[in-house]
Design a protein around this ligand. Structure first.
Ligand code: GAP
Length: 458
């Protein structure tokens, strides 16, 4: 079977037509770079989040969960440095009024040969002027100077106009874990090293959002913070890199489409930082980050709050601020990677093409589709659907030819189609069609749950 090229347009179109993801606020002509998840999209993303939680909280020793609020005391963002420094260098095209990130302009113009992330604003401006880098939108060379563009969304709290306090929508979930570090440690009696994970929404006023779910203004993060001693932190950093890579591969992303990318520019406090990149249809892009954050965040919060965040070692009685190693990944960006990897157009032996999503069964939106061969078998089919739905997400479909119904399930990545035919009424057996091989086997209805459970175990 031949494979054809996957493009971002094909993914976006399939997502919309099959109910994975719709453009946000579509009936009002949309709202740039916002996307809403539909029935199968929300299942897929939830399954990915559950798989991540299973791997990094449930199965990892000394690992705990937390869920801090999105709105936090603004001092949190003062201490973390976001209020002062969380911004991107932007340039406006004076001809077409479009706004761009100066570092992106340089990266794209140099085709990645210049490491723009390590350049100062003066160096970026000098490169753009020297190479006469043109506006990607209108083609003119007519730029404003670089200005820093704040990435945090602001809102306000208070009831009286003019007496409202500015509060921020969190740009990362990490700080919610740092401010609760001692709460978690005391209530769990955890000893170093231990980890705290959080999954939740984050918001960034990105200048150049785009490329579907890759860069949006509202997204979900899954972040895992490991608190440890300084002397063990680099070993934990290396292990975290490997665990993050293994997780991506176990979710179905191919090793050849994943690579490490060490950061050229480190924050002044960081000892090491790297991304794992995925080869999306538009090229290599960051999938997740692994950051050695030293004692910076906890020290900052201790200093501004005036509350000790020191850990007391119960054996040695030493008191010190732990070092943090962070692994942060976007649930939406990972969902996009999974969709791109799973997408396939197969030209079959009979010349027909089928679109199929080869998700690993554990994260497929529906595990089983229940399909009566004919409408007059629907009573038995509904009975089987009701039984299976107690165990898995199932789809029930009795409209159209069986071939078309199989194709529909292929397009949403359902690993097993259970077909009810006239023999089912005689001997309580059904056919089970495998999405990837398209082979069918005959099973007793009583065997279905165990069969599917074994295949979806992850
Ligand atoms: N606490 C560290 C942190 O937030 P980050 O590298 O800025 O680090 C972590 O973000 C991950 O969050 C990224 O690797 C990416 O997967 C996701 N992410 C960041 N900004 C995003 C955006 N605008 N849209 C979608 N996902 C985003």
């Amino acid at each position: 079977m031949e494979k054809t090229k996957v493009t971002m347009d094909k993914i976006v179109n399939l997502c919309k037509s099959r109910g994975f993801v719709y453009p946000g606020s579509e009936i009002y002509n949309g709202f740039a770079n916002t996307w809403d998840f539909g029935p199968v999209g929300v299942e897929l993303k939830n399954n990915i989040k559950r798989a991540w939680w299973k791997r990094f909280v449930q199965e990892e020793p000394n690992s705990y969960g937390a869920d801090a609020d999105i709105l936090m005391n603004p001092n949190v963002w003062q201490a973390s440095g976001h209020i002062q420094a969380f911004s991107d260098p932007k340039m406006d095209c004076k001809s077409c009024k479009q706004r761009f990130r100066a570092d992106n302009l340089v990266e794209e113009h140099s085709k990645g040969s210049v490491k723009a992330e390590a350049m100062t604003n003066e160096e970026l401006e000098a490169y753009i002027n020297e190479h006469k880098v043109k506006c990607p939108h209108c083609g003119n060379f007519n730029w404003t100077q670089i200005r820093q563009f704040k990435l945090m969304f602001e809102t306000s709290r208070g009831t009286v106009d003019g007496e409202k306090d500015v509060v921020y929508l969190r740009p990362e979930t990490a700080q919610g874990v740092y401010v609760n570090f001692l709460n978690v440690q005391r209530t769990t009696r955890a000893r170093l090293p231990f980890s705290v994970s959080q999954v939740g929404k984050s918001f960034r006023n990105e200048i150049t959002p785009g490329n579907f779910l890759l860069r949006t203004i509202e997204f979900e993060q899954m972040e895992h913070q490991t608190f440890c001693r300084a002397e063990e932190s680099m070993e934990i950093y290396e292990k975290t890199k490997q665990k993050a890579l293994q997780f991506a591969e176990d979710l179905g992303l191919k090793a050849e489409n994943l690579r490490f990318h060490d950061h050229d520019k480190l924050a002044f406090y960081a000892k090491a930082a790297c991304d794992i990149q995925f080869k999306y249809p538009i090229g290599w892009e960051e999938l997740n980050g692994i950051h050695h954050r030293s004692t910076h965040d906890l020290t900052q919060h201790q200093n501004l709050s005036g509350k000790s965040l020191a850990y007391l070692d119960p054996v040695t009685n030493e008191k010190f601020i732990p070092t943090v190693v962070e692994y942060a990944i976007g649930a939406d960006r990972l969902t996009l990677a999974v969709l791109c990897e799973a997408y396939d157009e197969e030209v079959l032996a009979d010349g027909e093409t089928r679109v199929v999503l080869h998700f690993i069964p554990a994260i497929a939106p529906y595990k089983v589709a229940v399909l009566p061969l004919q409408k007059n078998l629907s009573e038995k089919a509904r009975e089987i659907n009701e039984m299976l739905s107690k165990h898995f997400m199932c789809d029930y479909d009795e409209a159209g030819s069986i071939g078309k119904r199989y194709r529909r399930q292929d397009e949403i990545g359902t690993p097993f189609c259970v077909t009810i035919d006239f023999q089912t009424l005689d001997d309580n057996t059904v056919t089970v069609r495998d999405r990837d091989t398209m082979q069918q086997i005959r099973l007793k209805v009583d065997e279905l749950v165990a069969y599917v459970n074994e295949k979806i175990f992850w």
